[in-house]
Design a protein around this ligand. Structure first.
Ligand code: ADP
Length: 338
């Protein structure tokens, strides 16, 4: 039997690195943190990295591939990789990688992602290709890494045009604004057991939209400008009404099944369906993240769901390491590296 001692788990120092490396250590792996210079003090404080490789720029990860390979590293991706290293580089990255790289292009193209969700039988918010067709409240999202900055709401075409003026030349999507509550659903699909696990839920804490309710409508009218923005600053754990869980599990299963039709081997590991749940009981999924999301960070010791299933601390980071460990010990690494 192969031993996990021959391997190390590596990730970039950002996003969900704390729970990823903590989880890896809990499973008995040695760990490497690829750390943007200046953040090492923070990460050292938590004792989760056996080794720290300092980088000045995220893209330098491309220059240390040989070193990582020589240490038998298995790399765990998170959002910072996609955002700062970029899809083109990730595709060329030769270090063993947890997850399916092919799926990344599906989630980074809004049109393809939308088709994936629709073909999975999920409800998605209506998209208006042209502003003249706007017939209800819409949210206008700019493309690229803006992190929700500058997104705006509009009630009709006139309002849309007025609010678009400060953003000339930017690419955007006009989407129906669904009124309900945001719900971010965390799943883990194991290609080894074939089971989809519900890992937990969160809602985001976004500035300034989550504070607008603290300013009365009267005071908002008196202020010079209170446009909402959706810049994420944190995540809040949520437990879902239990009777909704069967449908949520089914949604996740359909997304995994459909992913296998999109690309060979499909989606595996952690992923998240980002949704709005309405009072009518409808769930509209507006985005999928095909990797670990920061919304799992409140659960560094497990969520209410993983506690019931595992009876031991099981963060998403640890669940990834557990999957790798099982794969190594049963000689199935090819099933989980992409
Ligand atoms: P990002 O580009 O940062 O991922 P999101 O697409 O997640 O941005 O959206 C930012 C915010 O807008 C989130 O609070 C989300 O809940 C909300 N939101 C996104 N799409 C819709 C929609 N169609 N209807 C209502 N709220 C939405």
């Amino acid at each position: 039997m192969k031993s996990i001692n021959e391997y190390t788990i590596a990730t970039i120092g950002s996003h969900s690195a704390l729970q990823i490396l903590k989880g890896a250590k809990d499973e008995g792996f040695k760990t490497i943190l690829i750390c943007p210079r200046g953040r090492e003090k923070l990460y050292k404080q938590f004792g989760i990295a056996d080794e720290i490789i300092l980088i000045n720029d995220y893209k330098e990860i491309m220059d240390i591939q040989e070193e990582l390979r020589s240490k038998n590293a298995i790399f765990i991706p998170h959002a910072s990789l996609l955002e700062y290293v970029g899809l083109e580089n990730i595709e060329k990255f030769t270090v063993p990688y947890f997850g399916n790289k092919n799926i990344l292009s599906f989630e980074s193209d809004r049109e393809v992602e939308r088709k994936w969700l629709l073909d999975s039988g999920l409800k998605v918010p209506k998209v208006f290709p042209e502003s003249k067709d706007i017939d209800r409240a819409v949210i206008v999202k700019f493309h690229g890494a803006g992190g929700g900055k500058g997104y705006f709401l509009a009630k009709d075409e006139h309002d849309f045009k007025k609010k678009l003026q400060p953003h000339p030349k930017k690419k955007y999507t006009i989407q129906e604004y669904v009124i309900g509550v945001p719900m971010y659903m965390h799943f883990f699909y194991s290609p080894i057991t074939g089971e989809l696990e519900i890992m937990g839920f969160d809602k985001r804490y976004e500035s300034n939209v989550d504070s607008l309710g603290r300013i009365s409508a009267r005071d908002q009218m008196a202020l010079p400008s209170v446009d909402p923005s959706y810049v994420i600053v944190g995540n809040v754990p949520v437990v879902v009404r239990e009777s909704f869980l069967p449908a949520i599990l089914e949604m996740g299963e359909h997304v995994v099944e459909q992913s296998k039709k999109l690309t060979s081997r499909g989606l595996w590991g952690p992923f998240c369906l980002e949704s709005i749940m309405t009072p009518e009981g409808d769930t509209y999924v507006f985005e999928i993240s095909a990797r670990i999301v920061a919304g799992t960070n409140p659960y560094s010791h497990g969520s209410p769901y993983t506690w019931i299933k595992y009876d031991e601390p099981m963060s998403n980071g640890r669940r990834i390491a557990r999957e790798i460990k099982i794969a190594i010990e049963s000689d199935q690494l090819d099933k989980i590296l992409g």
